[in-house]
Design a protein around this ligand. Structure first.
Ligand code: PLP
Length: 845
């Protein structure tokens, strides 16, 4: 057909009675508040789905007559007004008292920087776990009323959309979004024009637009370089999340870190705490140092000031997750900024130095050296990160260095199934305020079995409908025969919600080993096709477009899903995103996870599944090592021998599924959901809901990081930054002199004592011009483990006395009964250090 197709969008006028629809459509609170979503859904179900659950788009497409009718429909108006009044009281709730103990909303503000935010499917600016975590963090900060603002990037094409073709190949589609259709609006200046800021990138200035998204009580500002005044190349800097090459990446990170800090300035915000969530945003340190240097401070003092209020969270032990640039890139892209930093090129490069090569500028290293509060995202990961980044504190044993952990959680209201929320609403009034209380959730036991089962079945039915539709669409698009499509979807079309459902969905990074349980296909097929205990297995996930091995895994699963012994029992569903994730975690009975220990920093999808009553079958890595208690799921023990690890762990997984999960689930007459199974399922909800929700997570940050960082920053900057100046001068002096500090035992202590005697310890110290106030000498008491490793238990300070040109440190130890071990060490001490080993210097006798 020749000619052009023109399109015309006729935008409805919102009737006055429904005037506030526009407001609730532009507040991402709709991503977790079902009553708000329900208002749009009720107006026109079909259109709501067709618009991808996007209220702003929906309001442009909805028919005028629909709105007019609704504005006169008392039932609709009642729902609408109820949603609005809940909206208003949420916004009026202010700050929870738990937060007020640590932060003062009148003066404190946390600025949270991240390269991706996963809030809802209507705003595709995330790729996976990191983004969802950041989104959940914002939502929980809003729930708790933390004084908080978030900063990120608005990607024109977001992360790619995934299609899987008839051969199982992943196609990555980059779709240009129209920002008008997103729940964001450009920030305006007082004269009504768009707020634009500039950053120096290489030899030019680049303009950035600032967008605001509202997330309940907090604001998320997003930067975008797609501005007409920029060159075509610069407009593309923020096109794709994790797209392009290393030069694209460094430019994006300049936009995020430097541009983000400038945007905060331009908006007139005055953060007291800056949270760098993963290394991508670490350039904000350089911009803030630049500001301080321009205000008259020397580089070292400026860095001290900046670092004192900065929190850094590292998210992955996988090397590819840490950005490394080279020195030539730094010099080229920061050529305009470097002269304003008050630092030599060597000083700048030293901030990003790591031990793996001379030419590397490591963003994790920069983030650690430019912040004073650092953490990993689970207990295991905290240890792994301490060890990986030990070079920043070279003389301190990793277990003592300042990297601690906050275990991730998930936003309960976003990921809990609708049927559960409804039940909690009806039966547990006030449950939303109780998410931090472990005791409260014991009432999960009060839900009658039949109700519990019916909710699980309802969630499973929703999942079947979603997967059925997606699989049909995918195969039809790929030109598969009707016969194959019917075969592939037969078990879903039965809507037999008593059938056992296994799920595995996450990014297809190779360390997550998506195909591990396919390693014994004959056994897996026997299990899934067991006529008494049937099960299906659903996979979903995207591999990064440049990750060929990850894409090969998708292909392997896809090919297997069409084999006669698996068709209709095993699925590789395309287009994994937050909406599909929600349905999967809510509808599956069993959630599988088998990362290579210890590479799963936390993992959060298993938490989402567990809070909905699914049982995790997972390697004891990341969060599950803390969540598993023997009665709320199943644990796969990591095998350390790399030669047999995959085979052994696969066998463990299959053993658990075949010999425990299937028999338990089907252990009662009737079909599925046997009482013993319900017991475990209830336990999962009871134990995981209060401990792994993002409210608990944000409170851990507030009490352990944000509060201390705000106080540390205030202390260092008080009195014209007197303490920051003193501390930076002190650190320089210590660094110059430390190599000349030495300890010497004055007399060999006895190895046996009788009861009542004390152990005199005397050490002579050469302090090389430092004073005893600068150097702490400590006796560490502990024991030796089986492999003769010293495990410290407590420590005692020794006191110093001048003796000629040296100092004698001494203590009279009152020994405990039995055999004990002790060690002696010295390290630089200053009362203004954020962490007592923060200098990374230590000598042992
Ligand atoms: C929760 C979630 C993830 C993270 O899953 P992990 O188990 O932590 O790998 C990734 N993608 C989406 C869409 C999610 O909702």
């Amino acid at each position: 057909m020749p000619g052009t197709t023109f399109s015309l969008e006729l935008r409805p006028n919102i009737p006055p009675a429904l005037a506030r629809l526009e407001q609730i459509a532009c507040d991402l609170m709709y991503s977790w508040d079902r009553d708000i979503r329900g208002v749009f859904w009720r107006l026109d179900h079909e259109l709501w789905r067709a618009c991808g659950n996007n209220p702003k788009l929906f309001l442009r497409r909805v028919a005028q007559s629909t709105l007019e009718a609704a504005s006169r429909d008392p039932d609709f108006l009642e729902d609408y007004n109820r949603a609005l009044s809940a909206y208003d009281s949420y916004h009026a709730a202010g700050t929870r008292h738990e937060v007020l103990e640590h932060l003062d909303p009148a003066k404190d503000l946390v600025a949270y920087f991240c390269a991706e935010f996963g809030l809802h499917e209507s705003l595709q600016i995330y790729s996976g776990g990191l983004g969802i975590l950041a989104g959940d963090h914002c939502k929980a900060a809003s729930d708790l009323g933390v004084p908080f603002v978030a900063i990120g990037l608005l990607y024109r094409q977001g992360y790619f959309q995934q299609r899987i073709d008839s051969l199982g190949r992943q196609n990555a589609l980059n779709v240009r979004t129209n920002f008008d259709e997103l729940p964001v609006s450009p920030v305006k200046t007082v004269d009504g024009s768009e707020l634009l800021i500039q950053v120096s990138i290489a030899d030019r200035e680049v303009w950035l637009r600032v967008w605001r998204a509202q997330v309940g009580q907090i604001d998320l500002y997003l930067l975008d370089s797609d501005v007409p005044d920029n060159s075509e190349e610069d407009r593309q800097i923020t096109y794709q999340l994790y797209g392009g090459n290393s030069d694209t990446r460094i430019q994006q990170e300049i936009v995020l870190g430097v541009g983000g800090a400038r945007a905060v300035q331009a908006l007139g915000l005055k953060p007291t705490v800056w949270h760098i969530n993963e290394g991508h945003a670490a350039f904000l340190i350089l911009e803030r140092v630049r500001e301080q240097v321009q205000a008259g401070f020397d580089f070292e003092t400026a860095l001290e000031l900046v670092a004192s209020g900065t929190v850094f969270t590292t998210h992955t032990p996988v090397p590819a997750g840490h950005d490394i640039f080279n020195h030539a890139q730094l010099k080229w892209f920061f050529q305009r900024m470097l002269p304003q930093l008050g630092a030599s090129e060597d000083q700048l490069m030293a901030l990003g130095a790591d031990p793996h090569g001379a030419n590397r500028f490591n963003m994790t290293s920069l983030a650690l050296r430019g912040s004073r509060f650092h953490n990993g995202v689970s207990r295991i990961h905290g240890g792994v990160a301490s060890s990986m980044e030990r070079y920043v504190y070279p003389e301190v044993p990793p277990e003592d260095n300042p990297i601690s952990y906050v275990t991730n959680g998930v936003h309960l209201f976003s990921f809990l199934g609708r049927a559960w929320s409804q039940l909690f609403h009806d039966q547990f009034r006030g449950w939303r305020k109780e998410i931090l209380s472990t005791e409260y959730w014991n009432r999960i036991d009060d839900i009658p079995d039949h109700l519990f089962i019916s909710i699980r079945q309802r969630l499973k039915r929703d999942l079947f409908e979603d997967v059925l539709e997606r699989v049909e669409r995918q195969h039809q698009r790929n030109g598969m025969s009707e016969h194959v499509i019917a075969e592939a979807t037969r078990s879903l079309r039965t809507m037999d919600t008593s059938m056992l459902v296994f799920g595995f969905a996450r990014r297809f990074a190779t360390y997550k080993r998506a195909t591990l349980i396919l390693s014994d296909p004959a056994r897996l097929s026997r299990m899934l096709n067991n006529p008494e205990r049937p099960a299906i297995l659903i996979f979903a996930g995207k591999a990064h477009p440049s990750d060929q091995p990850g894409q090969a895994l998708i292909r392997t699963i896809y090919e297997m899903s069409l084999k006669p012994e698996f068709i209709g029992r095993l699925f590789m569903v395309e287009g994994y995103d937050i909406a599909l994730a929600r349905n999967l975690v809510q509808g599956c009975d069993v959630w599988l996870n088998n990362p290579e220990y210890p590479l799963e920093a936390s993992g959060t999808s298993g938490q989402k599944a567990g809070i909905n009553g699914a049982l995790n079958v997972s390697v004891l890595d990341g969060w599950w090592a803390e969540g598993y208690d023997g009665s709320n799921g199943f644990a796969v023990e990591p095998v350390s021998d790399p030669n047999v690890r995959d085979a052994e762990e696969a066998r463990q997984m299959l053993d658990i599924l075949e010999h425990q999960v299937q028999p338990l689930y089907y252990s009662a007459p009737g079909v599925g959901y046997a009482p013993k199974w319900l017991r475990l399922s209830r336990n999962a909800m009871k134990t995981l809901i209060p401990r792994f929700n993002s409210g608990r997570q944000v409170m851990d940050y507030v009490s352990g990081f944000y509060g201390p960082a705000a106080r540390q920053a205030a202390r260092l900057s008080a009195d014209d930054s007197a303490i920051a100046r003193e501390l930076s001068a002190w650190k320089q002096r210590v660094r110059e002199r430390w190599s000349g500090v030495s300890l010497q035992l004055l007399e060999v202590p006895p190895s046996t004592l009788s009861a009542g005697q004390t152990l005199p310890l005397r050490i002579a110290a050469q302090l090389n011009g430092l004073s005893p106030d600068d150097v702490a000498v400590e006796c560490v008491i502990g024991r030796l483990d089986g492999s003769q490793r010293f495990l410290p238990k407590s420590s005692l300070m020794m006191t110093a006395q001048a003796e000629g040109d040296r100092y004698v440190y001494s203590i009279d130890l009152e020994p405990l009964a039995g055999l004990q071990h002790y060690r002696l060490r010295a390290y630089p001490g200053h009362s203004a250090l954020a962490h007592r080993f923060g200098m990374g210097l230590m000598i042992w006798l």
